[in-house]
Structures are given as C-alpha cells and as structure tokens.
Design a protein around this ligand. Structure first.
Ligand SMILES: [Fe+2]
Ligand SMILES: [Fe+2]
Length: 199
C-alpha cells in the first residue's frame, strides 16, 4: 500500500451517521446528556494520561498527551460548571456501553494493542465530534450552541491527533485496521439503543 493510501487525518472517518432520533431525544433529556458528557470528558482526560503512561517512547507522545489531558480536563471543568448552574450532580459513572464495546476490540499483542488504542481513541473522538456538532446545531440556547460548536472543533482536532500518531508509528498497518474498526463501530452504533447520552 502506498503512502497515499494512509488515512488523511482531516477527513471524517465514520462509517455511518448517527440515528436521526438521537438529537430530539438528547434535547428532550438535556440534563442527562450533560451529566454523561462530563463523564466522557473525564474519561478522555484519563485516557490521555493512560496513553502517556503506556507509551512514553513514542516521539512527541508525552507532550501531546499532556496537552490533550489538559484540554479534556478544561472541557470537563466547563461541563461541570454547566451542571452546577443547573443544580445537577455528577454522581457515579454508570459506564458507557459504546466505549466499552470498542475497548473490547483492542487486541492483546503489544504492537497491535498500541495501534488499536490509538485508533479506538480516534474513533471515539470522531463520534463525539459528530454528536457535539449535532447539539451545536440543534440546541435552542445560543451560548450552549457556541459552547458545543467549540468543543466539536476541538474533538475533531483530537481525532486528527490520534490518526497522526497511529500513522507515525504503524504506517501501512493503519488503513486496513481502521477500516475494520470503523465497520465494527458502525454495526455497534446501529445495534445500541438510542440513549440520552453522548454515545
Ligand atoms: Fe473533550
Ligand atoms: Fe477529545
């Protein structure tokens, strides 16, 4: 496979669009979505630090993951502020069946595991970006629209970051594995019930 067939970091990588019932349901249960969103940002920050811990030898990785953890933590702080304004409590994380199913696709051998962790992170960022953009366009409140628009752009940048990292270490192995994982992700998204949650 030539270098030209590497996934282009800027393109939208998802294999299917979100179910059309997701947005009306999210708008009708916005409080639940906001609480879930806070948990998502918390897990994104934790995953960045976990990747830094696991792969300090990847060139540029520690600094990039440190910056990512800081950015996701700032998203978390801002969503927590929204919860506070609405009198909502964060509560315990009930878990995210979507992310858990994707993590279950990560293979065990070290090199494959690293590639899969980068690609699963890229896919979760891509799906989050899509959903946050739906909120940005669908919410009635102008400030919230702006907030979600900004976050959608940020998550798009994170998708690109993980694809770049994957390509820099794994080269031609990226494209076929990304295609497999995107096919699985599309099946998963079609199979899971629509929830008042980011995923
Ligand atoms: Fe984020
Ligand atoms: Fe992100």
């Amino acid at each position: 496979m030539s270098a030209r067939s590497q996934p282009e970091p800027g393109r939208v990588i998802l294999g299917c669009a979100t179910n059309r019932h997701w947005l009306p349901n999210a708008l009708a249960h916005l409080d639940e979505v906001l609480v879930d969103h806070a948990h998502c940002e918390k897990k994104a920050a934790a995953n960045a630090l976990s990747l830094l811990q696991a792969y300090p030898e990847v060139p540029g990785m520690p600094a990039q993951m440190a910056r990512l953890a800081r950015e996701e933590s700032s998203h978390l702080a801002r969503v927590l502020q929204l919860l506070e304004q609405r009198g909502l409590a964060l509560g315990r994380d009930p878990g995210d069946p979507y992310a858990q199913a994707l993590q279950g696709l990560v293979r065990t051998p070290a090199a494959q595991r690293q590639l899969d962790r980068f690609l699963v992170a890229a896919i979760i960022e891509a799906r989050s970006c899509e959903r946050l953009a739906l909120l940005a366009n669908g919410l009635p409140d102008l400030d919230l629209r702006r907030f979600y628009g900004e976050l959608a752009r940020s998550e798009h940048g994170h998708q690109r970051l993980f694809l770049r990292l994957a390509s820099s270490v794994h080269g031609e192995a990226v494209e076929p594995r990304l295609r497999q994982l995107l096919t699985s992700e599309a099946e998963l998204v079609r199979r899971l019930p629509v929830r008042a949650a980011i995923h």
